[in-house]
Design a protein around this ligand. Structure first.
Ligand code: ADP
Length: 185
């Protein structure tokens, strides 16, 4: 977890590689569907372009399908999901059905100004449609309203691993591994 621009996608790939499990990014799956012009992509695009969340039913169904694939059997890392309390409930149910348990929830903490700068930079480099300044601001708002409350939920469950997401990419990766290892004991 972490606000838009905190570096979730970048770090998710390193963590998944380290543990030999798939990194499942809802944002990446939505973007792939948009570029392939699938029904799901057409539906998701109007929300994404506005910086809004794709409706829970759509997102939940997509994640359920993805984590049921054989490569996710030994475990998986979710990037960008859950993002709402309804998604937390849905994920709980999916995990129960799979007979799996969550090991940890990593939260990347970052400063707002730095995040907006990073996203504007990324917009410049990658040309993502949801990286205009107005949409970036909207995404930050939605994160504060709908996703930040999840931190408390997972803290109460004793799953939260909070890591400073500022500074060099390698440094953040190092801090994540250290925090996860000290949890594992
Ligand atoms: P970032 O990492 O920049 O916050 P993502 O690539 O994770 O963005 O997601 C891009 C967009 O895809 C989101 O703004 C949202 O519209 C949609 N999306 C991704 N994950 C979810 C989710 N769990 N629930 C609803 N919408 C989602």
């Amino acid at each position: 977890m972490g606000p838009p621009g905190a570096g979730k996608g970048t770090q998710a790939k390193f963590i998944a590689e380290h543990f030999g499990i798939p990194a499942i990014s809802t944002g990446d799956i939505f973007r792939a569907n948009v570029s392939q012009g699938t029904e799901l992509g057409v539906e998701a695009k109007r929300f994404m372009d506005a910086g809004e969340y794709v409706p829970d039913e759509v997102t939940n169904a997509m994640v359920k399908d993805r984590i049921s694939l054989p490569d996710a059997e030994p475990g998986f890392l979710l990037d960008g999901y859950p993002r709402t309390l309804a998604q937390v409930d849905s994920l709980d149910e999916m995990m129960k059905d799979l007979g799996q348990e969550m090991d940890a929830v990593v939260v990347l903490a970052a400063e707002r100004d730095e995040l907006v700068n990073r996203l504007l930079q990324r917009a410049h480099v990658e040309g993502r449609a949801d990286d205009t300044e107005e949409v970036i601001r909207r995404r930050q708002e939605i994160y504060d309203e709908q996703t930040a409350p999840l931190i408390e939920v997972y803290e109460e469950r004793g799953l939260l691993v909070e890591v400073d997401g500022m500074g060099e990419i390698d440094g953040v990766t190092h801090r994540i591994f250290e925090a996860l290892e000290s949890r594992a004991g």
